[in-house]
Design a protein. Structure first.
Length: 133
């Protein structure tokens, strides 16, 4: 049984496939890969955790998608971006951020941390993850 259902929001196909492989090898199920706000909306009901990039096919909609997933579906969201300085909006329900390129070990640790807090545990965020206050 999978440890959680993960939505990957990333428009670069190579990065998305790499993330999918890392997520699946860590024991999680990938419910889909979205490359825009519209495709993320379609997959949102099936996810418990999301890894969301900032810049997508439809522009810098990642922060909006992250808030939508967290607010409307209770998804545990972490931003995964090469442009952390672009996140200037209040992402109060988004858990945190990791910078690209992220090593597979960090992705696995982030997923474990998210799963722990979704299950009501406290856990400690992995080194390399910035938590939003």
């Amino acid at each position: 049984m999978a440890l959680g259902r993960i939505l990957i929001v990333e428009d670069d196909a190579l990065i998305a496939v790499d993330l999918r492989d890392i997520v699946e090898s860590s024991g999680y199920e990938v419910v889909g890969i979205a490359d825009s706000f519209e495709s993320a909306q379609r997959l949102a009901p099936f996810a418990t955790i999301a890894l969301v990039d900032v810049n997508l096919r439809d522009g810098a909609t990642g922060p909006r998608i992250a808030q939508y997933l967290a607010n409307d579906f209770g998804v545990a969201v972490v931003m995964v971006t090469a442009n952390p300085e672009m996140i200037v909006t209040d992402l109060s329900k988004v858990i945190g951020l990791i910078s690209k390129p992220a090593q597979p070990k960090l992705i696995g640790s982030v997923l474990e941390y998210l799963r722990t807090i979704r299950e009501g545990g406290r856990g400690s965020p992995p080194e390399g993850m910035r938590i939003f206050a």
